[in-house]
Design a binder for this molecule. Structure first.
Ligand code: SF4
Ligand code: SF4
Length: 165
């Protein structure tokens, strides 16, 4: 329950979930920003105009998923670590999630990592597909992780490495 413990519930998540049609078309943004705070860099980061200009800086972001190209530029731009890009077309039973990561050490490509839900609970294991950590991201790495399809709604962070295969 968002108001009680800061963890969005099913209805909150449903309210920002892209349509099944858009999710089936390839990588798309999930903007999990539920608190009205003075913040708007996600709009400036989006070259596609998929995140509308904020009429009031305290507004929640307004996202047009049909306009999203899945470029991922908004992921490191969000100070709330609230933006994810998920590709559910990655394989028949796997998805590829891009998530912001500000913990040390930053994992490496090929590493197996624990998958955490919004409450920080372990829900499985994934494999790091790619890591983006240029200086322009200002210490917010973007980690691409291959996860089971059935965990698309759950995985929102990674924990410690679980080695390589
Ligand atoms: S993933 Fe790219 S196109 Fe989609 S909302 Fe973010 S910046 Fe815009
Ligand atoms: S940058 Fe992140 S925290 Fe700020 S309004 Fe956009 S989604 Fe919310």
């Amino acid at each position: 329950m968002l108001k009680r413990d800061g963890i969005p519930g099913d209805e909150d998540v449903e309210s920002i979930t892209p349509s099944a049609e858009r999710r089936a078309a390839g990588p798309v943004v999930w903007v999990e920003c539920f608190e009205e705070i003075p913040c708007d860099p996600c709009h400036d980061a989006c070259p596609a105009g998929a995140i509308a200009e904020f009429a009031d800086i305290n507004d929640l972001p307004s996202v047009e998923h049909a306009e999203c190209t899945g470029c991922g530029l908004c992921v490191p731009a969000c100070p709330g670590l609230a933006i994810f890009v998920i590709d559910e077309t990655y394989s028949e039973d796997e998805a590829l999630i891009r998530l912001p990561h500000e913990f040390s050490p930053v994992p490496e490509t090929g590493e197996h990592v624990t998958l955490l839900n919004r409450a920080g609970e372990e829900v499985g294991t994934g494999e790091v597909h790619r890591v983006q950590n240029p200086g322009t991201f200002d210490r917010t790495a973007v980690v691409w992780v291959v996860i089971p399809q059935e965990l698309v709604r759950d995985v929102r962070a990674i924990g410690k490495g679980a080695g390589r295969t």
